[in-house]
Each structure stands twice: as C-alpha cells, then as structure tokens.
Design a binder for this molecule. Structure first.
Ligand code: NAP
Length: 320
C-alpha cells in the first residue's frame, strides 16, 4: 500500500536555541512529536465531526484491559481520553487478571458483533494463561485498530489497504515531517517485533527505502546503523544508540520507552538513543518523551475513524 501521506506542516525545535555548538557541529533538529500529534488529533476530530453531521454516526473504540498492570492502565487511559477529546465514543472493558482465555475471546466476539464499536484494542501484554496470538486473531480484522491481525499484516506487506500498527505509522509521519521524499534512502530499523520493527520495515519499503532490520543476533549492528539515512530504534535498551551508531545528518526516530529510576527517586522515561550524544551528529531526531509516544496515540484515534469509515463502505477520510 502507499504509506500514509501526511501534511508536512511540521514544527521543529532547534536543540538548545543555538544553531551551532562551540565545536562548530550543528545541533540536530528536534522533531516535536507533541505538536505533530496535536495537529493530527485536531484534524481527526474535524473528520469525526463531519461524519456525525453528514452520516449521523460517532466512531467508537472499545478497549479491553486484563489485570492490574499500572503501565497498561495508564496507556489505556491515555488512549481513551484521546478518543473522547476527538469526539469519539469509548467503550471500556476491564477484566480480572485471572480471566480465562475463552472468556476474553468471548468478550472480543461480543464487541465484534456490536455495531456501535468500530475499533477494538486489546491492551498487551496479556497474563500468562492467555495466548495473545489467539486473541488477536479473534478480532474482526475490520475492527483491528492496532493492525496486529494476520490479515492486516498480510495486507500491509502486499500493498493492500490495511489498518497499520500505530507506532510505526506515527514514526513514518515523524520521518516525513522532516524528509517528505524517502525514495532511495537507506533505512535501518533496530528491532523486529510485530508491534514496531516489522511493520516499520514494511512501511519504509513501501516508501521506496532500502531497508535493513537489525536484531539481537545481528553482527556489527553499529556499523550497519551508521549507513542509515533514516534510523529507527525500537529495541527497549536505554541509550543503546550512541553517536558512533549514527551517520552525520541522519534522521533518527526513537520509539524506545523504558522507565528508569532517577537518582532523585522519581521514575523517568528514556529512549533507546543517547540523546545528548546523538544530537551532535544527527540531522533531525525525536526526543523521549515527546516524540513517538504522542504520535502513537494520535494514530490510534486516526485508525478508529478510518476503521469506522471502511466498515460502513464510506471513502477513507482525506489525507491528514
Ligand atoms: P520487543 O518485542 O521486546 O522487541 C525488541 C526487539 O529489539 C527485538 O526484535 C530484539 O531482537 C531487538 N533487540 C534486543 N536487543 C537488541 C540489541 N542489543 N541489538 C539489536 N536489537 C536488539 O519490543 P517492542 O515491543 O518492539 O518495543 C521496543 C521498544 O519500543 C520498547 O522500549 C517499547 O517500550 C517501545 N514501544 C513504544 C511504543 C510507543 O508508543 N512509543 C509502542 C510500542 C513499543 P530479537 O528479535 O532477536 O529478540
């Protein structure tokens, strides 16, 4: 499929307000994910308003949360709030940690059959007694807002219209905000998970990049990364990517999020990229927090509206 083409009216912050460091090396442009995500959510809200006026329906997202993991609770709350803020309907299902797999699949079945629900999100990870793959495959592919169902995965890789996973979709928009034309660019993705790395590879390949996926068994990962015009990190290892991993002028997108305890006892979110070191080498880069995270949520809101339109046989909303 064609990768989603997004408006490129992006906002960029210069690192510290100084165009150049003392060494003469220019600071990387800092790509403002919060601003871009706010813009996207505003446009999705406008689309939702038009759907309400012209077609008399409100797109709805159902979230299912199993167990009491605080991080999962917080993610689901943010997603729900973002949908509500865009004027969408939100339906919540909270199930106990010992919910059997069959009961969860039955709940998915009820949401599949509910006409008010356009999009279904099962928050991962799931408790050990539940096979996430079986649950994901039970979701109606038309309501698979995370784009994890094998049918959507296949559609993405074969170039058919698909619901595309939110994090890589957001990463692509961040990349395009500073480099709209990606044809021929060398792209390296660190990580090959089904949630980020693999769909990111599919999107960048569809955008005519030359794509390499690096994983835990890759030899000479830093040398491969250093070839990249576009470097996406989705590993979950704080500060793995140092200055020696980055080609001068590259666009670096950091999807990693790890919560670490700071010396003051507070919890801090850090990415996979050593921000201070890489800033002196990269051409543009995303911060953590404030980069990929807000875009993931905005893309979820967008996917909900897209699913609602496609399910009703309406044309896709215009490019955002
Ligand atoms: P994951 O399923 O654990 O996958 C991690 C990937 O990194 C695997 O493919 C693994 O290789 C690879 N890897 C591990 N150590 C490596 C190393 N030293 N060198 C090269 N590759 C290495 O994680 P995920 O779900 O993709 O998430 C990755 C990061 O993104 C996490 O920090 C997560 O919190 C974050 N994330 C953020 C968002 C967001 O909204 N911003 C959304 C999703 C995930 P193998 O395949 O060989 O094991």
């Amino acid at each position: 499929m064609s990768p989603p083409r997004e408006r490129t009216g992006y906002k960029i912050r210069r690192g510290s307000g100084k165009a150049k460091r003392k060494s003469g090396v220019a600071d990387a442009r800092i790509i403002d994910g919060r601003a871009l995500a706010g813009d996207l959510r505003q446009r999705v809200a406008e689309t939702a308003g038009r759907l309400r006026e012209r077609h008399n329906f409100v797109p709805g997202l159902a979230t299912i949360l199993v167990g009491d993991d605080p991080a999962s609770h917080s993610y689901v709350r943010s997603k729900r709030n973002a949908c509500a803020a865009a004027g969408l309907a939100a339906f919540d299902r909270s199930l106990p940690a010992d919910t059997p797999e069959a009961a969860l699949i039955a709940e998915v079945g009820r949401l599949n059959a509910d006409d008010q629900v356009d999009a279904i999100l099962v928050q991962l990870p799931l408790p050990a007694q539940i096979d996430a793959h079986r649950v994901i495959t039970a979701i109606d592919p038309q309501k698979d807002v995370d784009g994890f169902h094998p049918l959507n995965v296949g559609r993405l890789w074969t170039g058919l219209p698909a619901l595309v996973p939110c994090t890589p979709q957001g990463c692509l928009m961040l990349i395009r905000s500073v480099r709209p034309d990606l044809a021929g660019a060398e792209a390296v993705i660190l990580g090959r998970s089904n949630i980020v790395g693999r769909p990111m590879a599919a999107l960048l390949l569809a955008a005519d990049c030359t794509v390499t996926a690096v994983h835990s068994k890759t030899r000479e990962a830093a040398a491969i990364a250093r070839r990249a015009d576009i470097l996406v990190a989705a590993v979950g290892r704080p500060a793995l990517v140092g200055a020696g991993w980055v080609k001068p002028g590259a666009v670096v997108v950091d999807a990693g999020i790890t919560a670490i305890s700071a010396p003051d006892g507070r919890t801090r979110l850090v990415g996979d990229v050593d921000f201070a070191a890489v800033r002196a080498v990269a051409g543009a880069m995303t911060p953590v927090p404030g980069g990929v995270g807000p875009m993931t949520i905005a893309c979820l809101v967008r996917n909900t509206v897209l699913a609602a339109c496609r399910r009703r046989g309406l044309a896709d909303p215009p490019p955002i």
